[in-house]
Design a protein around this ligand. Structure first.
Ligand SMILES: CC(=O)CC(=O)SCCNC(=O)CCNC(=O)[C@H](O)C(C)(C)COP(=O)(O)OP(=O)(O)OC[C@H]1O[C@@H](n2cnc3c(N)ncnc32)[C@H](O)[C@@H]1OP(=O)(O)O
Ligand SMILES: NC(=O)C1=CN([C@@H]2O[C@H](COP(=O)(O)OP(=O)(O)OC[C@H]3O[C@@H](n4cnc5c(N)ncnc54)[C@H](OP(=O)(O)O)[C@@H]3O)[C@@H](O)[C@H]2O)C=CC1
Length: 291
């Protein structure tokens, strides 16, 4: 099937990155959120990130304006009814995602493929609550979307081959690499990455190191581009906690229990970069460790 028009739900850091790469690859994009400010900020971020790519000679200037011209925005979820592929990238909470699919599906055309950018939640369970489990799958981008090469593709138990092939075709047109993952909590990347981040928070909680020494150790000692606490702030501590809870509940093993210090930061509303404070405080000129 041909995919020309793509709907993106949730204009946070992932939604804006997904809209950016899709528009650059020539797709018509319609971005929606419940919040006008989030939509305005997303369009501003896309412009800034495209300008950075132009500045570095990666994207011709004319392509930037063309890409921006292909991105529309709306507060009305039902406007996405006319798209061929929907990628849901709203908050990592199952009830939020289910409500979105329930509200949207009566307005969709029969051929439209529904996907979720969820980091961890069961694709089979999300699909089972829709009218099209065979045309539903996981389409999991990595952050920052314009830079990271991988997209995990996750088939639910009912996903059909045509749906998988169509999504694979989109990944290929983006020039990215698809990794096929089975539908188990956290899929591949977060099954491995998130316990490492959680362990870094335990290392902080137990006083083995402070924020600076833990991040520096993993950057200089294991060649990671970002320390685990810096990366947690970048992903969003609410998202990290939500993923740990899915691993803990879904795999029923205490080795996945979220660190109480991670819970405390989330309860404080210190969610990382997006709220200005997490394991680092970003409100000044330089990030300052909070512990
Ligand atoms: C939670 C999940 O479900 C799954 C996930 O996504 S897990 C998270 C996966 N992501 C990671 O692990 C990221 C780890 N960090 C990194 O790889 C690097 O630190 C980084 C690529 C983000 C930045 O690299 P850096 O060398 O420190 O910065 P910098 O030199 O300024 O940028 C490198 C490139 O990224 C681009 N970039 C940086 N931040 C960006 C952003 N937020 N948005 C778009 N582009 C960005 C820059 O333009 C630059 O592009 P070019 O080199 O092509 O010109
Ligand atoms: N952060 C990351 O590194 C990665 C995240 N993901 C996944 O992508 C998804 C989005 O994450 P991320 O972009 O980081 O999160 P953000 O918090 O940055 O953005 C989520 C956006 O969705 C909006 N939203 C909430 N409810 C609805 C709704 N009912 N309809 C439309 N929009 C809604 C939020 O609005 P408001 O703020 O007003 O609530 C917010 O603007 C999650 O499922 C996450 O697990 C996947 C890969 C990497």
């Amino acid at each position: 099937m041909t995919i020309e028009k793509i709907g993106v739900i949730g204009a946070g850091q992932m939604g804006n990155g997904i809209a950016h790469v899709m528009a650059l690859a020539g797709y018509e994009v319609l971005l929606t959120d419940i919040n006008q400010q989030a939509l305005d900020q997303a369009l501003e971020t896309i412009r800034r990130n495209l300008a950075r790519q132009v500045g570095r000679g990666l994207v011709p200037e004319a392509d930037m304006e063309d890409a921006l011209g292909r991105i529309g925005s709306t507060l009305k979820l039902t406007d996405l009814g006319a798209t061929d592929l929907v990628i849901e990238a709203a908050t990592e909470r199952e009830s939020v995602k289910q409500a979105i699919f329930e509200d949207l599906q009566p307005h969709l055309r029969p051929h439209t493929i529904l996907t979720s950018n969820t980091s961890s939640i069961s694709i089979t369970r999300l699909a089972s609550r829709t009218d099209r489990p065979e045309r539903f799958m996981g389409f999991h981008f990595m952050n920052p979307v314009p830079v990271m090469q991988l997209v995990e593709l996750i088939r639910g138990i009912a996903t059909d081959e045509e749906t998988y092939r169509a999504c694979l075709g989109v990944v290929e047109r983006l020039g990215k690499t698809a990794a096929s993952a089975e539908d188990f909590p956290g899929f591949i990347v977060n099954r491995i990455l998130m316990p490492m981040i959680n362990e870094a928070v335990y290392t902080l909680y137990e006083g083995v190191g402070n924020v600076k020494s833990i991040d520096q150790s993993m950057k200089l000692g294991a060649n990671h581009p970002m320390g685990p606490l810096e990366l947690a702030d970048f992903i969003g501590l609410d998202t990290c906690l939500a993923i740990m809870n899915v691993l803990h509940d879904g795999l029923a093993d205490t080795k996945y229990r979220p660190c109480p210090l991670l819970t405390k930061y989330v309860e404080a509303g210190w969610l990382g970069r997006k709220t200005g404070r997490g394991f680092y405080d970003y409100r000044g000129d330089e990030p300052v460790p909070t512990r």
